[in-house]
Write a protein that binds this ligand. Structure first.
Ligand code: AMP
Ligand code: ZN
Length: 143
């Protein structure tokens, strides 16, 4: 995709603070970090959604993101890290080249996910799990 900003970063047409690169993925610092060191791991191939990323590339993204998180903890003494992926505009995706955020976290870093906790009605959980299981199993079985 010619206009994609992250494709341009991979090609070197737009500068980035590179953290890691291999045959499948590219990692660089987010320009507007939640905390300093906040990084993005992206596939070199353009995909808008995580759902179309080939399994090997998706695995590499997760592996590299985890190692970046560990490096952030060891080098800068962060306590923890979040891995975050927004898939779709309603989920907060702004750049349409799939990217895995690695957000270093500290006990007192002042940042909180706005994470609500709803409840299920009786039987609703089993119903949803069953319906989802049918879809996911058929999907992964290639039907
Ligand atoms: P999302 O909201 O999950 O789509 O996140 C997109 C992220 O890309 C944001 O956190 C931006 O700060 C980051 N971003 C956008 N342009 C650049 C850029 N040129 N270099 C580094 N990070 C960028
Ligand atoms: Zn792209």
């Amino acid at each position: 995709m010619a206009e994609c900003i992250f494709c341009k970063i991979i090609k070197g047409d737009i500068p980035s603070a590179k953290v890691y690169e291999d045959d499948l993925v590219y990692a660089f610092l987010d320009i507007s970090p939640i905390n300093h060191g906040h990084a993005l791991v992206i596939p070199k191939e353009h995909h808008e959604s995580s759902a179309t990323v080939p399994e090997e590339t998706a695995g590499r993204m997760f592996r590299v993101a985890s190692r970046v998180g560990v490096a952030l903890k060891r080098k800068y003494d962060w306590d923890a890290f979040n891995l975050h992926l927004a898939d779709g505009t309603a989920a907060g995706q702004v750049v349409n080249h799939v990217h895995l955020h690695v957000v270093p976290r500290g006990v007192e870093d002042g940042f909180r996910w706005n994470w609500r906790q709803l409840k299920y009605e009786d039987g609703q959980m089993a119903e949803i799990a069953g319906e989802l299981a049918a879809r996911v199993n058929a999907d992964l079985a290639g039907k």
